[in-house]
Design a binder for this molecule. Sequence first.
Ligand code: 6GU
Length: 248
Amino acid sequence: MRIDVVTIFPEYLAPLDVSLVGKARARGLLDVRLHDLRAYTGDIHRTVDDTPCGGGPGMVMKPEPWTDALEDIAPPGADGPAPRLIVPTPSGRPFTQALAGELAEEPWLVFAPARYEGIDRRVFDEAGTRMRVDEVSIGDYVLAGGEVAVLVMVEAVARLLPGVLGNAESHRDDSFAPGAMDNLLEGPVYTKPAEWRGREVPEVLLSGHHGRIARWRRDEALRRTAAMRPELLARLAPGTLDKHDRKL
Ligand code: 6GU
C-alpha cells in the first residue's frame, strides 16, 4: 500500500519510522511519502492560511497550496486509479475498526491533515470530482491539528495489511474485531508467574482446557463490554448471545 501525507509539519509524523509501521515500511509492505505543504506555496512567506470569509476567529488554509500538492501527488488524468483522500477533522464521520479494514483494502491513500480552522471547502469539492474523499474524525474531542489523527489511522490500517503482523490470528480476538468475539471488548490478559504479590492468574487459564478457556474469555469479554460500553452490548446483532451467555 502507498500512503502520501501532506502537512505543514512533516516532522510531526516521525513516529511512522518506528515500531510496527516503521518495520512495515522497511520491509516494503508500506510506501509512506511525506510532503511539506509549504513547498507548494509561491510567496516569500510561504503562506498557507488566510482570514475566514464571513469573519470569525482563527485562520483557514488557502486552497492553492493544497490543490497544487494534491495534483502533484496524483496528477488529474493520469493512468491508473486515483487515490482515496482522507481528511482528518473533528466534524468527520467516525473512524472505526470497520473503516480501518475498508481502508486496508485500498492500494493508495492520501491524507490531508489541516491546522487552524480547516481547509477551504472548495479543495475537497474539486478533489471529489476525481477521487473518493472521506472526512474522518478519530473521536469526540478536538486536536490542534490532524497529524496525530493521521498517526492513529495509519497505524490502525497498517497492522491489517497482509504480512505486517507476525501472526494473522492476532487480529481475531481484537476488541471491535468482527467475527469470533462478536465485536465485544477484550477481557483481561495474564502472563507468568502464576502467582505475583499474592495475586493469582485465574485458575482456568492454567487448566489447559481449551473449551473452558474460550468460555471464560467470552464471559469476561461480555462483562467488560457491559461495564465499559453498555451501548455496544445493546447493539449486538440478534443471535450473538448464545444460550450460555444468557445466564450472565
Ligand atoms: Cl481527525 N482532527 C482534529 N483536528 N481533531 C480531531 C480529530 C481529527 N478527530 C478528533 N478530534
